[in-house]
Design a protein around this ligand. Structure first.
Ligand SMILES: [Mg+2]
Length: 407
């Protein structure tokens, strides 16, 4: 958290008196900042309630988060978590440590200088594409988008997995050649989309609880940040297109609602709690509700993160994946790097838990708190920044929207 920047943002004197006042204020703020950072440094390697952190460092959580840096942080953060987890997606913690050392993987594995993203980020991009295509036609913070648009965008993603690239008139996303890459896509997503049918909360397409639903719903939170209930419903319905078990689609709602709450300015704990309140109004929420409660409890305990994540699960299923992300975010709320590395170094589905955690932490801390070395080498970073800008704008402000988001 850039405390200095927050404190100093508006200090500029135009005459001597103002200058003197500014210097005095600056000196006071430097003292406050030093005290706050000393307090923050004294936080043990564990979870502090967000309220306590706020007390220690008021500026740290005073930031408004409906800012472009938080939108970019959300999408880039997810892609970075995804790329960090990709080389170890199918590896046990034992073999990760054997290969990368006692701390596990700590950095990107680059291919020609690029850290590859996987289906998690690809499908997140297509969720945003569908949401924007719906919003261009009609948008209201309090009304659901046309989920059929998202289904159509997911079918465009399916084409990236089944066919080689060829230019089309489906908008700019479907024309990103780099997206036509096969990175261990989930069988449930492929099968459900290939069926041509669209799953819904009322008419389940299958009984899959896989984490392929939750890993892609963050853009719903960015778009409907003013209304976490609509964000939840949208995220859950986006996931239900391919995943029919409540433990597969409800976590998609939780992820979107957490992001919406964070963008509104709530702290992490409040964002999780509000999202769980919404979750509890849905049928079949019990498993997800219980696991998130467990994640919160573990984050407050001094249980070692490796053991804590083992207790939650492996993240192959939706409820475990969102709970692991909640745990990693709450365990290291002020350090993107630490929470995302925690989220990938385990026995389970590292790229998906990394992606979900990265979305949350990037939205919370903003892009300036993500290490530059990762932002610079993650695949599709330019496109993700462009997409973040489009999600941030009001739909009628997006340039050339009629061709770029042609539904
Ligand atoms: Mg993946």
């Amino acid at each position: 958290m850039n405390i200095k920047k927050l404190f100093f943002r508006n200090i500029s004197g135009t005459n001597k008196k103002e200058q003197a006042e500014a210097e005095k204020l600056q000196a006071e703020n430097t003292a406050k900042e030093t005290a706050a950072s000393q307090d923050l440094n004294n936080i043990p390697n564990g979870y502090y309630s967000q309220m306590e952190i706020e007390k220690l460092s008021p500026a740290a959580n005073a930031a408004k988060r409906h800012e472009i840096k938080n939108y970019e942080g959300c999408l880039l953060g997810g892609a970075i978590g995804d790329a960090l987890g990709w080389p170890i997606e199918f590896a046990s913690l034992y073999s990760i440590k054997e290969k990368y050392g006692e701390k596990g993987i700590q950095d990107f594995v680059l291919k020609n200088g690029i850290a590859e993203i996987t289906d998690d980020t690809q499908m997140t991009i297509f969720t945003a594409d569908g949401l924007l295509k719906s919003a261009i036609k009609s948008f209201n913070d309090n009304e659901m988008p046309d989920i059929k648009e998202i289904h159509t965008s997911y079918k465009d993603w399916l084409a990236t997995q089944e066919k080689g690239y060829s230019p089309s008139d489906k908008g700019w996303i479907a024309n990103i050649e780099t997206l036509y890459a096969n990175r261990a896509p989930g069988g449930t997503c492929l099968g459900a989309l290939a069926s041509g049918k669209m799953g819904t909360i009322e008419e389940h397409i299958n009984n899959s609880k896989g984490c392929g639903g939750v890993m892609r719903t963050a853009p719903a939170g960015l778009m409907y940040y003013k209304n976490p209930k609509i964000a939840f419903e949208t995220g859950a319905r986006c996931a239900a297109i391919t995943h029919g078990h409540p433990g597969g689609y409800l976590p998609g709602g939780v992820q979107a609602a957490i992001i919406a709450n964070l963008i509104q300015g709530k702290n992490l704990e409040e964002a999780v709690d509000n999202s769980v309140e919404i979750l509890k109004t849905y049928e079949g929420n019990e498993d997800t509700t219980k696991l998130i409660a467990k994640a919160k409890e573990l984050a407050k305990s001094d249980v070692d993160p490796e053991d804590a994540i083992k207790e939650i699960g492996e993240g192959w299923v939706g409820d475990e994946a969102i709970a692991i992300a909640v745990y990693c975010a709450l365990k290291s709320p002020n350090n993107f790097e630490k929470s995302v590395l925690m989220a990938v170094n385990h026995n389970g589905d590292s790229d998906s838990t990394g992606a979900i955690t990265g979305n949350i932490m990037g939205a919370y801390l903003g892009t300036e708190n993500i290490p530059a070395k990762w932002k610079n080498s993650v695949e599709l970073s330019t496109e993700l920044i462009q997409l973040a800008e489009d999600l941030y704008k009001k739909p009628n402000e997006i340039e050339n929207s009629d061709t770029r988001y042609k539904g």
